[in-house]
Ligand binder design. Structure first.
Ligand code: AHR
Length: 657
């Protein structure tokens, strides 16, 4: 029962929510432990959109390092005698440059690379420059490598310099360390030929030495750390629409992303041209961040890997010409790709693909348990393609769980058609997507309460609140995500995975927003949506507990004062964790009443973590990363209930013991 604090229940209308002046009594049943929360419940959706991979998480600083962009010298500026050749040592990346003596000691031959929105480096840190090179006519060649500030008004442009001797007619890999004297967000990599001897250069690369876990072909440390700090349970990759391509050749083809990086062929990135108002003609996929790196990163951030593969349909938004899709009768090689991927991840080292994994540095299996087939596909063309994949995977790998799709919409014709189809095909999980406005999130607190418990499990695979007319990151959208997520948690018996999307965006190179983590060349920022995800990931508990107000789940329904709530227990720590989102503009008293505790038992510890701000349209930025961050406070506890006040527009996690 609600306890009325005044004689009258005063009504106030704030943000469209009628808030009654009453204590909201949240009753938590502590004795009856409910469904387990899956370890995969909260996680990551990664896609190379917004320069998330090349120019982002993948720490390579050189753009078009193999000269394979269709305009081969895009990103480069040459001077003196530089020519482009195409008979290089790497079959799938045949282009390279030849640097010849400019004809006079006072002339120069060489080239500049502009990086991704410039090359960001930090003073005193080490950067590994590497290159494949040879002296085609024999003899000893030399180059000087510099980091320069081309906009500098100072006396000297270079702020890091190193020399390299090229001493063989045969192609070899050379490397040298550059140590910048200054921090620079937008440097340029400059290479001078310093000998009369001609030199050929291929796969010109520059990485920070200090990458995530120190891997040479590694990830940017701050960005990978941000992933780790989310405590993710699942890591979906490589997307998104990028899985599908606009045409078959530009779908994400995992086999091109493994093996030596020098021989991974370039692929188009469909986010280059998807939105012409945010057009990036230099956006390609180097595949330097490939499936081996994805599996490794999953392992290192503690998440189960979830690769998604093409089902033979290209992106139906971009290209629904039937001829663009692979006919069902021609799917064999696509199905084989899926089986081979499972072998790459899990196979013995004496299998073809398991052997490659071992050669790349990981003899132990990656222990893949899930695979997704198709992204946001729709229409009968999807289930008819999924079916043969399912049959083949079930036959060869009966323990692997297969994720199907309910299409691009959160409800409606395609959704209503695809869910029964996924049930018929016995997909293990169904991937739902919803980028929806405030109203939708406020109305969906009970979305999963009546889902069929006998069918596939739910993977909320892409979601974010896109404020109406406010499609950028702001606190209010994150608050509504937090509110909605109480419904995921309450229904953890059927919702087994949930991943916010997209994950990353470069402040100068984004195509889509809001996003969870923003970055520039040197800095990164965790948004309010990040903190919501982190609070759920950190305090996910082990089992659901029933929580009610007036005997009903707290879903933001009419008469519930704009409150959303859920509770879990953590069997390991013995804590009871209550999450409450107050989506109203008024502070509200809450009673957290624990029922089912032993008669003489009493709470001894309590704390609360809150994410809140009066500035609903604001978020954190790279310049102000700590604008809105979770704050911890102590709670006075005794007996079997706790009285608290939740501020207006606040997400709070109460941790009781
Ligand atoms: O997250 C951005 C895009 O949204 C994904 O690529 C796609 O699956 C969805 O439409």
């Amino acid at each position: 029962m609600k306890k009325f604090t005044g004689l009258m229940a005063a009504l106030a209308l704030t943000a469209g929510v009628a808030v009654q002046a009453q204590t909201n009594e949240l009753v938590i049943q502590t004795k009856k432990v409910g469904a387990p929360i899956q370890s995969t419940m909260y996680g990551l959706f990664f896609e190379d959109i917004n320069y998330a991979a090349d120019g982002g998480l993948y720490a390579e600083l050189v753009k078009n390092r193999s000269f394979e962009f269709p305009q081969n010298l895009m990103g480069w500026k040459t001077f003196g005698k530089v020519s482009l050749k195409d008979d290089g040592p790497f079959e799938k990346n045949p282009h390279y440059v030849r640097l010849a003596y400019a004809g006079h000691d006072h002339k120069q031959t060489g080239l500049d690379n502009e990086g991704f929105f410039g090359i960001g480096v930090k003073a005193g840190e080490e950067y590994r420059f590497s290159v494949w090179a040879r002296t085609p006519e024999g003899g000893e060649g030399t180059i000087r490598v510099e980091l320069v500030d081309t906009k500098s008004m100072g006396e000297r442009q270079a702020f890091a310099t190193a020399k390299l001797e090229i001493n063989s007619k045969e192609w070899k890999k050379y490397q040298v360390i550059l140590k910048p004297e200054v921090t620079h967000p937008k440097g340029v990599l400059r290479i001078f030929l310093t000998s009369k001897t001609t030199v050929d250069l291929e796969h010109i690369s520059l990485f920070p030495v200090d990458t995530w876990k120190g891997h040479e072909n590694g990830m940017r440390k701050d960005l990978a750390q941000a992933l780790y700090d989310l405590k993710p349970g699942i890591f979906r990759f490589p997307g998104g629409c990028i899985v599908e391509g606009t045409e078959q050749p530009d779908r994400y083809y995992w086999k091109n992303t493994v093996g030596p990086v020098e021989n991974r062929p370039l692929n188009l990135n469909r986010w280059q041209y998807t939105f012409t108002h945010r057009f990036y003609p230099d956006y390609y996929q180097s595949y330097g961040l490939g499936f081996y790196e994805y599996f490794l990163l999953s392992e290192e951030v503690g998440a189960e890997p979830l690769p998604i593969l093409s089902c033979g349909l290209v992106c139906q938004f971009q290209n629904n010409d039937p001829a663009a899709h692979v006919a069902v009768c021609d799917l064999d090689s696509y199905i084989q790709d899926a089986l081979d991927l499972i072998e790459f991840a899990n196979g013995d080292t004496n299998t073809q693909w398991g052997k490659l994994r071992a050669e790349m540095g990981h003899p132990a299996p990656f222990n893949l348990k899930y695979i997704g087939i198709g992204n946001e596909q729709w229409g009968p063309e999807y289930p008819e393609r999924l079916e043969p994949f399912l049959a083949a995977i079930r036959k060869a790998y009966p323990d692997i769980k297969v994720v199907g799709s309910s299409g691009p919409d959160s409800e409606g014709k395609q959704f209503d058609y695809l869910w029964p189809e996924m049930k018929r095909l016995k997909a293990d999980l169904v991937d739902e997507h919803f980028y929806r406005p405030e109203k939708w999130f406020l109305a969906q607190g009970a979305r999963y309460d009546n889902y069929d418990r006998k069918g596939p499990k739910v993977f909320a695979g892409e979601y974010a609140c896109h404020g109406k007319g406010k499609k950028w990151n702001h606190f209010h959208a994150s608050l509504l995500e937090a509110a909605f997520m109480t419904g995921l948690e309450r229904n953890a018996d059927i919702v087994h995975m949930a991943t916010y999307a997209p994950l990353f965006a470069h402040v100068e190179g984004w195509q889509w927003r809001p996003d969870m983590i923003w970055f520039d060349n040197l800095r990164s920022v965790r948004t309010c949506s990040y903190y919501v995800q982190q609070l759920y990931g950190t305090y996910k508990g082990t089992n659901v507990l029933t929580l009610t107000m007036d005997k009903k789940p707290v879903t933001g329904a009419e008469g519930q004062n704009g409150l959303f709530a859920s509770a879990v227990t953590d069997k390991n720590s013995g804590e009871i964790i209550v999450k409450v989102a107050n989506t109203s503009d008024q502070a509200q008293p809450l009673t957290l009443k624990l029922e089912g505790m032993k008669k003489n038992a009493a709470l001894t510890n309590g704390r609360c973590i809150k994410l809140t701000t009066p500035n609903l349209d604001e978020d954190n930025t790279v310049d102000h990363p700590d604008n809105i961050v979770p704050k911890e406070c102590a709670l006075q506890v005794s007996g079997q209930q706790v009285e608290v006040t939740i501020e207006p527009n606040t997400f709070a996690v109460y941790i009781l013991k």
